[in-house]
Design a protein around this ligand. Structure first.
Ligand code: LMR
Length: 394
């Protein structure tokens, strides 16, 4: 029977990982997949994670199932981390998921259950897997303008114009911070205008927040999500712990559904549990438990925040260095956007052909749309990249 299957297109980001591994050149630079790397190229286990894992190993005496929504303490800890006191806890339904992608998938399914004909508005561009999952589920995608190819910032007027065409029963997907793949983000005033449009149209926002703590700080990066959740009657939030806790392979994420009243919270909570049961039954627990231990222990939390801050400021330093180097080499400010962007990624804004040239001639790997993972750099490779960008004529 399986001969009827059709070959699926490879995920472009993951295909790049393989190509990089197979490249024998010694001076290669990997700016592909969104994984944090330190100056030595390693993706370390964070100190607080190691400590919590050690404690867990010593104290855990059972691995019996948790609940379908995961350990409620994880839900509480993540709702607090993402939403702070923006909304009342009893209006938030929450369920642990296998990573942020799991949360995104469950969110789309929940939307589809509630409104089979919902259209999902997505930024143009967005994380390719958003589109892939939506297509897989057969949901209607409506791109909204987002990236200004000229300034490499947000095309705010285009975005507002496009969002005005959404209506009640539609969903608008946002990146809470650190937009992937562009690195260009809305400022607080622009978010206010977006909220006004959502309130006018009645469309429901969904926020994917996968990089909290990688942009301007933990609270700063959650500010837009909090503001949105407090302002609109309902929203969905898919959050990931992969990056800010560095626990990629543990698959630790959460889906939150914020509603206007506690009656709806009950219905949302049971829907989230149902969806988990249909797709994988119980969500993974190890990463979620480690995260909960860290967030609930003052010393562990302080250590985690300190290390996360080192990661964040390290990436900001690389951005500044790269923008400075390119300014020096090009004699112009046209790469200044690199220092304005936030998070792991920046879209350089060049053609797939020149991206290919960088790979062939300089062993520099970035996604075909010219998304660079800034964390793939270190102070020694920044000048190499800058020179290659200029040499390629970008
Ligand atoms: C990325 O965008 O590179 C990361 O989110 C990893 C992934 O799964 O694509």
């Amino acid at each position: 029977m399986f001969e009827t299957l059709q070959a699926q297109p490879a995920d472009k980001i993951l295909a790049l990982v393989q190509m990089y591994r197979e490249d024998p050149r010694e001076m290669k630079i990997d700016l592909g997949v969104g994984v944090y790397k330190d100056a030595t190229g390693l993706t370390p286990v964070m100190r607080a994670v190691k400590t919590a894992e050690r404690q867990l190993w010593e104290t855990q005496d059972s691995k019996v199932y948790t609940g379908l929504a995961g350990d409620p303490a994880f839900g509480d800890a993540l709702v607090d981390l993402v939403l702070g006191d923006a909304v009342s806890r009893d209006t938030v339904a929450a369920a642990a998921t296998p990573g942020g992608t799991g949360a995104v998938r469950q969110a789309f399914e929940m939307i589809q259950m509630a409104r089979p004909d919902a259209r999902v508005f997505v930024s143009d561009p967005t994380w390719p897997n958003h589109l892939s999952i939506l297509n897989y589920l057969g949901m209607e995608i409506v791109p909204y303008r987002y990236f200004d190819a000229e300034t490499r910032g947000v095309d705010f007027n285009g975005l507002i114009e496009d969002l005005k065409t959404a209506r009640a029963g539609d969903v608008v997907l946002f990146h809470g911070c650190c937009h992937n793949p562009t690195g260009a983000n809305l400022n607080p005033t622009e978010w206010d205008a977006v909220i006004d449009v959502l309130l006018q149209t009645g469309a429901t926002p969904m926020i994917d927040i996968a990089y909290q703590g990688f942009g301007d700080g933990l609270d700063e990066d959650a500010a837009a999500t909090r503001k949105l959740a407090a302002a609109v009657p309902e929203c969905l939030i898919a959050a990931s712990c992969s990056k800010n806790f560095g626990i990629y392979r543990e698959r630790t994420g959460i889906l939150m559904a914020v509603s206007a009243d506690t009656l709806a919270t009950g219905l949302n909570q049971s829907t989230l549990a149902f969806l988990n049961r249909q797709n994988f039954s119980f969500p993974p627990d190890h990463g979620a438990r480690v995260v909960t231990m860290i967030l609930k222990d003052d010393a562990l939390r302080a250590d985690w925040q300190a290390e996360l801050e080192e990661v964040r400021t390290g990436m900001l330093g690389l951005r500044t260095q790269l923008a400075g180097e390119l300014q020096r080499l090009s004699g112009s400010d046209r790469f200044g956007f690199l220092a304005q962007h936030r998070g792991m990624f920046s879209r350089l804004g060049t053609t797939p052909e020149l991206v290919e040239k960088l790979r062939k001639d300089h062993a520099i790997y970035m996604v075909g749309d010219s998304r660079m993972n800034i964390a793939g750099l270190n102070p020694q490779t920044v000048p190499v990249l800058a020179q290659a960008i200029i040499d390629a004529g970008i």
